[in-house]
Design a protein around this ligand. Sequence first.
Ligand code: FMN
Length: 215
Amino acid sequence: MPDDSPNLFEIIATTRSMRRLKPDPVPSELIRKILEAGVCAPSGGNMQRWRFLVIRDVKVKETVGAYYKRAWDEVVSPRYRGGEPSPGTSRERFSRMLDAAQHLADHIHEAPVWIVPCLEGANPSRTAGSSIYPAVQNMLLAARALGLGATLTTLYLSFEKEVEAAFGLPPDVHSYALLPIGYPLGRFGPVRRVPLAEIVYEDRWGRPFSEASEG
Ligand SMILES: Cc1cc2nc3c(=O)[nH]c(=O)nc-3n(C[C@H](O)[C@H](O)[C@H](O)COP(=O)(O)O)c2cc1C
């Protein structure tokens, strides 16, 4: 039988934020596979101070979802709507992305499962983040490979204290993202990024990278 499952590079190139999700439950074995992929990631000294909260509890999702929506409606949405589109994107495409983000803000509590990656350690920082975001990306890729949609979200951090209290985190544990996961309503498509020629330099800052173009 031919294996038509996408290869790693196809998975990487089509792991985009899937913000419109069906409320249908996700089988536990798929969540387990996503978590197994997460913990294959590196962490500093292999200390694995990561902890993962899998949330299906409707009340917790509603409480945190309300904070997420406030952060979106009051802070992030007005900033993006009033600003420039992201690099390499048309205003129209950017506006469609913001519509999807609005949908997520309105419906995040309906995503059947959330994974909240956390780290032990009182001081969230760039160094600390380096030991959790590789696991986060592994989980996003694994979800995509399993046909599940997900989005890396952090804007709930505008209400970090309130949200971490709702999650019941101890004082020396912090959350680094909230991944709403479910079967996507739309189709996976290619991610859109600026070309390498615009962002990669060779040997010296500003010197064009000679292998930036294809072929
Ligand atoms: C650090 C970080 C935080 C993000 N936070 C949010 C968020 O709170 N809400 C959201 O809808 N998307 C969030 N995103 C998703 C980005 O908006 C998205 O990855 C980007 O627009 C590129 O789109 P794509 O993932 O569809 O390719 C976040 C992404 C990153 C890397």
